[in-house]
Ligand binder design. Structure first.
Ligand SMILES: C[S@@+](CC[C@H](N)C(=O)[O-])C[C@H]1O[C@@H](n2cnc3c(N)ncnc32)[C@H](O)[C@@H]1O
Length: 211
């Protein structure tokens, strides 16, 4: 808590800047973003920071900002940048960048560069499961925010969680609201007992792997 307070104090006193990412379109509220930023800055290591589902870089930026404060590491931003089913033409969160450019990737890169965070972001342009098959490093913080169906959330978890360090964190977005698939899987995970709930902010839920 002391470390978190110091980081925020420094930012407010004009020291290490905490950028405002409101110009980046996304689905995180600032409180959720700051929670991710602090986990990325102060969470126990060693291990990598991986995000499944980066969209236009909002959550990526918060976590990258945390790594910038920590003065080490990159966010591995795993996304095929083709959008989820709800971002496609005619769907409920139709994305104009996708319609215009055919991919989210170039706007994602522009957003990251605008905040000068490119040294702390490594895009992994791939389907989550394909990238996961080739992954071989320990992970201290995994943020799962890709396809929100039950089957995909479960598949993402099962593919990546084997790399989570003891005491490492997994964050899920869109738990407890209208995303039934994510919420159902998350409740099953908690009931299973291998992870403890550590943080609930908005629809962000953070669990920690037990010893
Ligand atoms: C809800 S958005 C992520 C929002 C982002 N985390 C933010 O806070 O702004 C979901 C993203 O997951 C990506 N996605 C969906 N299914 C995927 C898959 N199977 N593999 C990789 N990325 C996927 C989509 O392209 C989309 O960009």
């Amino acid at each position: 808590l002391q470390q978190i307070a110091t980081l925020l104090q420094n930012a407010l006193a004009g020291g290490e800047e905490i950028a405002i990412f409101e110009h980046i379109k996304g689905f995180l509220c600032p409180e959720e973003g700051y929670a991710l930023m602090l986990l990325s800055a102060l969470g126990p290591g060693p291990g990598e920071v991986v995000e499944i589902g980066s969209y236009l870089g909002k959550s990526t930026s918060y976590m990258a900002m945390g790594l910038k404060a920590r003065k080490e590491g990159v966010v591995y931003a795993v996304d095929h940048f083709g959008g989820s089913p709800e971002h496609q033409k005619g769907q409920r969160h139709e994305e104009e960048v996708l319609a215009r450019e055919g991919t989210l990737l170039e706007q994602f890169k522009r957003n990251i560069e605008l905040n000068e965070l490119q040294d702390h972001v490594q895009p992994v342009v791939s389907d989550s499961l394909s990238a996961g098959r080739h992954w071989n490093k320990p992970i201290r913080l995994l943020f799962i925010d890709g396809d929100h169906s039950y089957d995909s959330t479960k598949a993402d978890f099962q593919m990546w969680e084997r790399h989570i360090t003891v005491n490492g964190y997994i964050a899920f977005h869109d738990v407890g609201d209208s995303w039934i698939g994510v919420t159902t899987f998350f409740n099953e995970l908690l009931a299973e007992g291998r992870y403890s709930l550590r943080l609930a902010v908005g629809s962000l839920r953070v669990v920690q792997k037990k010893e």
